[in-house]
Design a protein around this ligand. Structure first.
Ligand code: ADP
Ligand code: GLC
Length: 574
């Protein structure tokens, strides 16, 4: 109650900025709609140029009308601009994203990309979107300095009633409102994830603080959209401690980006920090095994809708191989489980405007310019400069999820005088060390960049000929999408989102987007790489067609954002 007093006072004091922020979020709606229209035209242009054969006949029809000496008014009709296509607007919904990372503030992998790009895409789908994140110390100063203070209060958290400070710092950008939960005790570390001992209390606090902040700001969304285990307790808090508060009426969706991480710890610890009632620690909700509590599992039980990031992964996680011990729980809840594949942000990933590249290109000049991009990459990385070499890229967190055991096993067989490998990643020491070893063993033809470097990743996507993604499991995967969009052919294992987004190349029909293999086996990966090399060296014409086909493929967020919007509407019928 102490908390609400402070909240009331602060709300009164801060009403103006609050409204401002909300108006700001609403205003770009129009701009966003216009932008969508502009984008549509812009995006269509390259497509019109390329498959000219398809578009040309339509244009040829026009002069026929010109020639008809019909009524004198005819030219006026001709000159009238073609009616602009406007997507019919679905009813407006307000959505609050809650998650642990978001580009460009903090990113360790694809979750960060999605937390940035999906809200932006939803604004175009007539949504009012707010994103709640922790205010980590590592957020670059250029963003910190632009945040405005939105208010602060104290929140009861633990079973013994310990209360904690919750500050709210706000930043509005591209029609999306970002609210950062400020607390030095929990978020004073550089990186978002440290170890479970610290992470468990930190994200319990974060989940509850996010809901308390929404009540405090009096911003009650139609749908709360939580991401991964770090926000796993949000649905549980919502339906227990917050059930009789304003926010308690919101619907809640939980998206699984990676089932491997679940936020599991002993029951007494999670019970203490969350202050949640005993009855949620039963085997159908938080309890796992005999003595553990599982934050993600609790969220899956209490949310209205579960989504994951591809249709195939939605099926896979209901099997024991991919289910990470939650397969039975997910089968039980399968009625509310859906898969929607991720996209990529076309403003960030745009070969024609990407300022991180030494050379820009588009579908019309990719074949020439990509050679330049390859040369520049080779030069920057100290590789032999030769644009006839087949350059294979690998951009990845270095963990066993990513199929690196397979890669390690076959590097000696991949390497010949026509091939180079460029690796970019950080992670487990065993992989970092083995890739360093190979760099040394194949000096001038293997380059292992053991680092996290956004700019270098762009240069590899542009300069490589192929990108390896041989994952053991891959909920969606963004690197194969970015690669295709940059005219780089993916070589992937047929699992999760990789299976849903990369159509295997078929030599007989000369169709497909990349090279694939099914079982998790080093020999099959080698075979896929060899098939790619064969096409590259013996049938460049077909390879080049695939490069252009991949650049032309729609891997944007448009269609997926529409599907999310549809689910939000299903969850909030009026
Ligand atoms: P995951 O989320 O499992 O790591 P995704 O394929 O969904 O895999 O997303 C990975 C994202 O992180 C991509 O945007 C990729 O470019 C980026 N990335 C991964 N490793 C690095 C790195 N070392 N340097 C720069 N970007 C990286
Ligand atoms: C996870 C998955 C990855 C997915 C990303 C974004 O990190 O490992 O496959 O693309 O989340 O959803």
């Amino acid at each position: 109650m102490k908390a609400s007093e402070t909240a009331a006072e602060k709300t009164a004091a801060k009403k103006a900025p609050a409204n401002k922020a909300e108006t700001k979020a609403a205003e770009p709606k129009k701009t966003a709609a216009k932008k969508t229209a502009e984008k549509k035209t812009a995006e269509k242009k390259p497509a019109e140029k390329k498959p000219a054969a398809k578009k040309a006949p339509a244009k040829k029809a026009a002069p026929v009308i010109e020639e008809t000496p019909a009524a004198p008014t005819a030219p006026v009709v001709e000159e009238a601009p073609a009616p602009e296509y406007h997507e019919p607007e679905t009813p407006r919904r307000s959505i609050c994203f809650i998650g642990s990372e978001c580009y460009p503030f903090v990113k360790t992998g694809g979750l960060g990309d999605v937390m940035y790009a999906l809200p932006k895409a939803l604004v175009k789908q007539n949504c009012d979107v707010k994103v709640i994140l922790p205010r980590y110390k590592s957020i670059p100063w250029e963003y910190q300095e632009k945040m405005i203070y939105r208010g602060a209060f104290h929140m009861d958290l633990c079973a013994d009633g310990r209360s904690f400070y919750v500050g709210i710092m706000e930043y509005v950008w591209d029609g999306v409102v970002y609210d950062f939960i400020d607390n030095d005790e929990f978020f004073s570390y550089g990186n978002p994830y440290t170890n479970l001992i610290d992470d468990i209390p930190r994200y319990i606090y974060f989940g509850k603080a996010a809901l308390a902040a929404l009540n405090y700001m009096d911003w009650i969304p139609d749908v709360i959209h939580c991401h991964d285990w770090q926000a796993g307790l949000v649905p549980v808090f919502l339906r227990t401690q917050f059930a009789n508060t304003a926010i308690g009426h919101a619907a809640v969706m939980l998206t699984i980006h990676n089932l491997r991480f679940q936020g599991i710890y002993n029951i007494p610890t999670i019970k203490y920090w969350s202050g949640l009632p005993d009855y949620v620690f039963n085997k159908d909700a938080l309890k796992q095994g005999y003595e553990d509590a599982n934050m993600l599992k609790g969220g899956l039980t209490y949310c209205n809708m579960i989504t994951t990031v591809s249709g195939t992964y939605a099926g896979e996680i209901q099997t024991s191989f991919y289910g990470e011990k939650l397969d039975d729980h997910l089968r039980y809840h399968s009625g509310k489980l859906r898969g929607i594949v991720n996209g990529i942000d076309y403003d960030i990933w745009n070969t024609a405007t990407d300022s991180r590249l030494g050379v820009n290109y588009d579908i019309t000049n990719v074949l020439e310019k990509k050679k330049e991009a390859k040369r520049m990459l080779q030069e920057e990385l100290g590789l032999e400069q030769d644009d006839h070499k087949f350059v294979i890229g690998l951009i990845s967190r270095l963990t066993n999820q990513k199929g690196l055991d397979l890669v390690n096993a076959i590097i000696p067989q991949i390497m010949d005088e026509h091939t180079q490998i460029v690796i970019l990643g950080t992670g487990d020491a065993e992989y970092e060390d083995s890739f360093r070893y190979y760099e040394n063993a194949y000096k001038g033809n293997v380059c292992s960049n053991i680092m996290y470097d956004e700019t270098r990743s762009h240069k590899i996507y542009a300069g490589a000929d192929a990108l390896l993604v041989p994952s053991l499991f891959e909920p969606c995967g963004l690197t194969q999408l970015i690669a295709m969009h940059y005219g780089t052919i993916p070589i992937v294992r047929e699992t999760g989102g990789l299976k849903d987004t990369v159509e295997p190349y078929n030599v007989y029909t000369n169709w497909g987007n990349g090279f694939t293999f099914d079982n998790y086996d080093a020999g099959l990966l080698l075979d896929a790489i060899n098939r790619a090399k064969t096409l590259y060296f013996t049938n460049r014409w077909c390879w080049d067609e695939m490069v252009q086909r991949d650049m032309d493929k729609d891997v944007s967020w448009d269609s997926s954002a529409r599907q999310y919007k549809q689910l939000y509407l299903e969850m909030t019928p009026r």
